[in-house]
Design a protein around this ligand. Structure first.
Ligand code: ADP
Ligand code: ASP
Ligand code: MG
Length: 593
């Protein structure tokens, strides 16, 4: 018999009335012949209320006690949901994370799932019960209650669907996944389909509709996820291997408001510097987000990165000793910044996506502090008070409110085959462990670096428009900005055959866009590690930096995304670099399904 997991978020179980309506949905699915597992969140804003209570007592409550406290929210709603089902004349049993057997590590507040036992749930389902599972919680080896991080009930739902070989429905307070947060961008449009990769990026870039780790599970175990409105019977959005419009350069936009930037200037440009910096930050349990490293000049490079604002103070504490140890000239930071990103799986095949984004921002007089790109996303860092204008500007320029009438219909797209639940169950051990699918080398690129450009709106737009006009496809772009100097630097890669033409374009632009120095490396190699959940496993970038440093390789450029970390090195080091990474990740590499 087929199993459906139905997850109801906080607003969808905010009152007993809403709980009854959720219960009816589950009963209906059961009557249609499915076995049903419900995953419920805490009622309404109950988790926030519990957090506030803890903070009335202390600023930084012990993480273990916090998890003990927060898990109670879901315990209330599972019991009430079971009662609602019983009151409607059906059989239901509620279970906490521990009772299901959701084993996690002991990272309180952001625990990762190690294994899930299905026996008890399956037996209850076979006995005709609707099983109601508490979202967002698990138990560690020592029987401590753990939580998976805010929004983590989505991850509970998708992981249960994965191990039960079930379909997954996510009921929430909007109609599905939109091109941007519909509460922020009023003209955002609901999409019919979105691919795992697009959703992974969007979720990690600020689209709070799905917990990003839930999409890692969905992708890893090929679980189709159907996001729907709990109060209106609409079509919703299917998250699977299929995209609404794979040809579209940009399919969604997102903003993360509370970012902080740290810039290290005058970093000795030698193997091991990035490793020393980022491994120290990782040891402090801080996840670094955008990382930008300039191609160095005079043996010194500049590294900028962002962290969540709330992690700024501990980050500065953590890097201070390294600043002294490496002899880094200066460290500066800025707290009032936000990250605005666009995502699209068609982006890699198109030229002219980035320059349209940069031009749209320039037209709103928005200055870009940092740029990072990956195959399927472009992120820029802007002043926080311009973040809303920025997301509107990019949403408009890519006409995200309009559907493309020529898009290949979802039905005609090639879906990858579903995963055999038995095979998924065999992989129960280490459910959320790192999974690297590919280590690759691209030896077709050259890098160009422009140092000392005025840091004013429109510079990136002007440069990349001119480059795109020549039909030159730009791959990686990074821009960093130095406090104190009002100057920015821009590095990017193009096909080796295009490097001379690109340099010419930039030289021709010099009167419009003055710069201090233009340099290029006609043959660089891009080494990439691809997999699932690379950002939440901060260790990936560190492991790359560390192994490359030990092999004596110097990294020229870095960029990161949810599904891939790329580093650019000189082409003469390509073969050694590839071999080094293969060895460094030998224990975690798994072929794609
Ligand atoms: P739940 O309590 O059901 O888990 P959440 O508040 O976690 O609900 O997620 C739903 C919210 O996500 C929506 O109300 C919406 O404001 C926000 N959101 C952010 N980005 C998007 C997006 N791209 N599409 C849909 N909703 C989004
Ligand atoms: N109740 C938890 C939270 O508010 C988990 C969830 O809703 O997904 O973060
Ligand atoms: Mg949620």
């Amino acid at each position: 018999m087929s199993i459906i997991v139905q997850k109801f978020g906080g607003t969808s179980v905010a009152t007993t009335e809403k709980i009854l309506s959720a219960a009816k949905k589950a009963i209906k699915a059961q009557q249609e012949g499915h076995q049903v597992v419900m995953v419920v969140s805490a009622m309404g804003k109950n988790t926030d209320t519990l957090v506030a209570l803890a903070h009335e007592l202390m600023e930084r409550p012990p993480a273990r006690e916090m998890d003990m406290l927060l898990s109670t929210g879901e315990q209330v709603s599972v019991a009430l949901t079971a009662m609602a089902i019983v009151s409607l004349g059906h059989k239901a049993v509620s279970l906490t994370g521990a009772q299901i057997g959701i084993r996690t590590d002991n990272a309180f507040g952001k625990a990762r799932i190690i294994s899930i036992s299905t026996d008890r749930m399956q037996k209850l389902l076979d006995d005709g019960n609707i099983v109601i599972a508490a979202g967002f919680q698990g138990i560690d080896e020592d029987f401590n209650i753990t939580t998976l991080g805010r929004g983590g009930s989505d991850t509970t739902a998708v992981s249960l669907a994965a191990v039960l070989g079930a379909r997954c429905e996510i009921y929430t307070d909007v109609d599905g996944v939109y091109t941007a947060d519909p509460r922020v961008v009023t003209c955002a449009r609901k999409v019919s389909h979105t691919s795992y990769d697009e959703m992974l990026e969007l979720a990690s870039l600020g689209a709070g509709v799905m917990h990003s780790r839930s999409i890692e599970f969905a992708k890893k175990f090929n679980v189709p996820v159907h996001v729907r409105n709990s109060s209106v019977d609409n079509a919703g959005t299917i998250i699977s291997t299929i995209s609404e419009d794979p040809s579209r350069g940009v399919s969604g936009a997102a903003v993360t408001l509370d970012e902080a930037r740290v810039t290290l200037t005058g970093v000795p440009d030698k193997p091991g510097s990035s490793n020393a910096i980022f491994s120290t930050i990782a040891q402090a349990n801080i996840t670094v987000d955008m990382i930008v490293q300039d191609a160095g000049t005079d043996g010194l490079s500049n590294i900028s990165f962002t962290v969540p604002s709330s992690d700024l103070a501990p980050t500065l504490d953590a890097v201070q000793p390294i600043v002294e140890q490496l002899g880094i000239q200066n460290i500066s930071h800025r707290d009032n910044v936000s990250k605005v990103s666009v995502v699209g799986i068609g982006m890699a095949e198109q030229s002219g996506v980035s320059d349209r984004m940069f031009r749209a921002l320039a037209e709103e007089n928005i200055n870009i502090h940092m740029i990072t790109t990956s195959q399927i996303k472009i992120s820029v860092l802007v002043d926080r008070d311009q973040a809303m204008d920025a997301i509107y500007a990019v949403h408009n320029v890519f006409k995200l409110d309009k559907q493309n009438p020529d898009a290949v219909p979802a039905e005609s797209q090639q879906a990858t085959t579903a995963v055999d639940p038995a095979a998924a169950a065999n992989e129960l051990q280490g459910l959320e462990e790192l999974s690297i699918t590919e280590i690759s080398l691209d030896s077709t690129q050259a890098s160009i670096s422009i140092q000392g450009i005025a840091d004013v709106p429109g510079i990136a737009a002007t440069i990349f428009e001119k480059v795109a006009q020549q039909d030159i496809v730009v791959d990686m772009i990074i821009q960093s900005y130095l406090d104190n100097s009002e100057l920015a630097s821009l590095s990017f890669t193009v096909d080796r055959n295009d490097v001379d033409r690109t340099l010419e374009v930039i030289r021709e632009l010099e009167s419009e866009v003055p710069f201090q120095q233009l340099s290029s490396n006609p043959a660089v190699a891009k080494l990439s590690v691809s997999g699932i959940g690379l950002r939440s496993h901060t260790g990936v970038a560190i492991r790359m930096f560390q192994s490359l440093a030990e092999a004596g390789l110097n990294i020229e450029m870095i960029n990161t995304s949810e599904v891939r970390v790329n580093v650019v090195v000189d082409d003469s080091q390509a073969a050694v670099g590839l071999e080094t990474l293969k060895q460094a990740f030998a224990d975690v590499i798994q072929p794609t399904r």
